[in-house]
Design a protein around this ligand. Structure first.
Ligand code: FMN
Length: 170
């Protein structure tokens, strides 16, 4: 079941101008809410942008990726404690936010909705448009809507190329 949604998900860059029913949106958000995070800190806030004017302004903040403005909503993943480090000395916020957003993306796919990860954006512009405080870090944006067109599926490396057993092998 999970693998089915994982394989169904693909980046959607063209959306119908059709609003997402509230019940479906809630299911997508719920999938993010239950995501794991380092120390269960849940160091996130998700802004669900529905306002047409704000979405349009996000298009230019996302380097003119037009489809960002087409989607019914844009979910903006914000890290509320970006200075927290895990026991290994690494920051956890990008990992935490990525897991939660990918949960949402997979639930969206299972519901027949489309998403696309957006990492190409101007941090300062997104913050200004959405009135996000300085100490918060925007990790990624995710348009969510009914897909209009699906592109050809992107390929992946073979398992044999990315897995090794017991010890690192080049
Ligand atoms: C962290 C991250 C940032 C990304 N940023 C963008 C982006 O700004 N614009 C875009 O069109 N796609 C973006 N993508 C989507 C990738 O291009 C896409 O996931 C990859 O090509 C594989 O295709 P698929 O998602 O259809 O399987 C991003 C993906 C990730 C994981």
């Amino acid at each position: 079941m999970v693998l089915e949604a994982i394989k169904k998900r693909q980046s959607v860059r063209s959306y119908l101008s059709k609003e997402i029913p509230g019940e479906l949106l809630q299911q997508v958000l719920e999938a993010g809410r239950v995501a794991p995070s380092a120390c269960n800190n849940q160091p996130w806030k998700f802004i669900v942008v529905r306002d047409e004017n704000l979405k349009e302004r996000l298009v230019s903040a996302c380097k003119n990726q037009k489809f960002v403005g087409e989607a019914s909503v844009v979910i903006v993943g914000c890290a509320i404690n970006p200075s927290y480090k895990m026991g290994n000395g690494e920051y956890s916020y990008t990992i935490d936010l990525a897991i939660a957003l990918e949960h949402m993306s997979l639930q969206a796919a299972a519901l027949g909705l489309g998403t696309c990860w957006i990492g190409a954006f101007y941090q300062n512009q997104v913050k200004e448009i959405l009135e996000i405080p300085d100490d918060i870090s925007v990790v990624a944006l995710m348009p969510l809507g009914f897909p209009q067109a699906l592109s050809t599926k992107r390929g992946r490396k073979a398992l044999s190329e990315i897995i090794c057993y017991d010890k690192y092998k080049v």
